[in-house]
Every structure is written in C-alpha cells, then in structure tokens.
Write a new protein. Structure first.
Length: 222
C-alpha cells in the first residue's frame, strides 16, 4: 500500500509515518531525511540541496524527483511505502503518479494532518531529531520526549534541534511555501478519492500516535 503524508510542517507527519512504518513493515521515505543525510556527508547532492534548504526554499524537481524514483525502485519498497515530504507540489504529484503507474501501482491513501497554527510553531521549536542518520527518530520535548533527555530511545545517539527549526524566519517561509505550493495537493487527492484528513492537536487530545493507530487498524481491517 502506497501512503502519502500531507500536512504543514510541525503537524507530526514524521511521527505518524514512523509509527505506521514500524507497524506495517513498509519503509518511511522522507525526502527531507535523504537531503539531510547527504548534507551531513557533504555529498555533491548534499551541497546543492543545502543551498536551497538553508534558505527555506524547495529543492528543484530535477533533483528531487529522480531521487524518489530511485528509492521507490528499491526492494524494500515493493509491498508499500509511506512517503513523507514528497510530493510537495502538483507537478511532483503528477510525476509520482507516472512513476507508480509504470510499475502498475498507485497512491492508495493520503493522510492529511491538520493542526492549529499556534500549536505548529510551538511544536517546531520543541522538535528534536536523532543525530544517527541510520535512525533519524523524531521526538518532541513536550509531547513525545525521549526516556532520557537528549538521548534517542531507539539507538542511544544524541538528539539535536534541526538548524531550520531554530530560525523563526525560515519557519515562517516554510509555512508560507506550504500554503502556496503544497496545500493544493489536498484538493488534488480529494478528487481522486484517496484523501483522509485528521486533526492532530493537544487541545482535543488527538496526537500522531492516535492517528497512526487508527490508520493501522483500518488497514488491517480491510
Ligand atoms: P519540513 O517539512 O519540516 O520543512 P522536511 O524534512 O520535509 O522538513 O524537508 C526539509 C527541507 O528539504 C524542505 O524545507 C525543502 O527545502 C527540502 N525538501 C524536502 N522534500 C522536498 C520535496 N519533495 N521537494 C522539494 N524540496 C524538498
Ligand atoms: Zn536514534
């Protein structure tokens, strides 16, 4: 089953994707994680990607689409994937349909996460990520803290704050970009009949883990 996570930054896409991935055994494919791994390893791709990401801009499709295509062709992706951070534009969504159609697949489910804006900013400032690039678990110092402060539960590596989560200007730029470029995808997938919208909010006590549990239950029930 091919699942896409939609939702603004800080809605918990990575958290939901991670839980579903663990439960179903399908890989979580995050373009942001792929870029960050390359940036930390200073690969050619990483250097180019960083010049866009550090300013809060999108990495061009000529770079992003082939990376996703290659990743989807890997063996562990054959039964299903959870895409987190791709597609981000209508153009990318159309490309993804083409890539999947070539191998007789399609987008089966799009989980659209909605969170009140005041909670979003708070969450981005309290987000922490595992520094181990093979692990990349995400935490939140308030909502989903690690058992030991500053240490990853899964692998024991230190946690850190992402550079683009520290800078309020970059945060705002990303939220604006989301509204402009990514939110049209909601309508795109609604028309295809695969959209599932879920509110993630402390105010209603409905968090990423709850959404993941409900989705997994529904997938297994099918
Ligand atoms: P966030 O959703 O919090 O911005 P991500 O980890 O998804 O973080 O992505 C980090 C950055 O990587 C984005 O701000 C963007 O610059 C770049 N990026 C990730 N995915 C894509 C994509 N599908 N297309 C273009 N750029 C991307
Ligand atoms: Zn870890």
């Amino acid at each position: 089953m091919n699942i896409i996570m939609l939702g603004a930054q800080g809605t918990g896409k990575g958290t939901v994707a991670g839980f579903i991935s663990q439960e179903m055994g399908w890989p979580q494919i995050s373009t942001g994680d792929i870029f960050r791994k390359n940036i930390s390893e200073k690969t050619e791709l990483g250097i180019i990607a960083d010049s866009y990401i550090s300013k809060g801009n999108l990495v061009p499709d000529e770079i992003t689409v082939p990376i996703v295509k290659k990743r989807l062709a890997e063996d562990d992706a054959k039964n299903g994937v959870i895409l987190d951070g791709f597609p981000r534009t209508i153009a990318q969504a159309e490309k993804l349909d083409e890539i999947l159609a070539e191998v007789g697949k399609k987008v089966d489910l799009v989980i659209n996460l909605v969170t009140p804006k005041e909670e979003i900013i708070e969450r981005m400032l309290t987000r922490r990520v595992c520094t181990n690039q093979e692990c990349k678990a995400t935490y939140n110092t308030k909502l989903h803290p690690p058992k030991v402060e500053g240490i990853c539960d899964k692998c024991g590596a230190p946690l850190k704050q992402r550079d683009d989560d520290k800078d309020p200007e970059a945060i705002n730029r990303r939220l604006e970009l989301y509204e402009e470029k990514t939110s049209p995808l909601i309508e795109f997938y609604k028309q295809k009949g695969v959209l599932r919208t879920e509110t993630v909010s402390v105010a209603i006590n409905h968090l990423g883990k709850d959404v993941a549990d409900e989705v997994v239950r529904d997938i297994r029930g099918n």
